[in-house]
Design a protein around this ligand. Structure first.
Ligand SMILES: [Fe+2]
Ligand SMILES: [Fe+2]
Length: 172
């Protein structure tokens, strides 16, 4: 069967996600609280993993994880500040932190979490801009730059390529 350019176009349109409706302030606060819970999770994971990772091959990344811990704390403070600014109450519970004795598992958990965090912040920047929260979007962009640095450090330590996370249409 001959595939025409119209067929290709239709296939592309069928897989394209429908645009999300603009968020209410309440919905934005709830999403930022989820982001904050992910930051708490990252702080705990990096504090613990940076100290318990063993093995000569992992000493450089262990020192790097300590730096990540401090950066995640600054992200958490920014998010708590912005949730308060929007009239919300920052939460106090982290998302669950996975544990393992193996260095490679710990790095894998961190990389999975960073990927999830990056996906969420990319979406959040778009959502904030849609409702005119440009300053908040700017704060999140700065956090996103550091999350991507974390992702690169972890993927490199695991000897992997940087994961492809979003459909081209969803990139920010
Ligand atoms: Fe973070
Ligand atoms: Fe991070």
């Amino acid at each position: 069967m001959i595939t025409t350019s119209t067929d290709t176009k239709n296939t592309k349109e069928a897989t394209k996600e429908t645009p999300e409706a603009p968020l209410s302030r309440k919905e934005l606060i709830d999403l930022l609280k989820e982001d904050l819970a992910r930051e708490y999770q990252a702080i705990i994971a990096y504090v613990v993993y940076s100290q318990v990772i063993k093995g000569a091959a992992y000493m450089t990344i262990a020192a790097e994880l300590e730096v990540h811990a401090a950066e995640e704390l600054s992200h958490a403070i920014t998010l708590a500040n912005q949730i308060d600014y929007l009239g919300g109450m920052p939460g106090v519970s982290p998302k669950a932190v996975r544990t393992s004795e193996k260095a490679e598992d710990m790095l894998r958990f961190d990389l999975d979490n960073e990927n999830e965090t990056i996906r969420n912040y990319r979406q959040r920047v778009r959502q904030c801009e849609e409702i005119g929260e440009y300053a908040l979007a700017e704060h999140l962009r700065r956090i996103l730059v550091q999350e991507q640095d974390h992702q690169i450090a972890l993927a490199t330590a695991l000897g992997e390529d940087i994961p492809e996370l979003t459909h081209p249409d969803q990139r920010v």
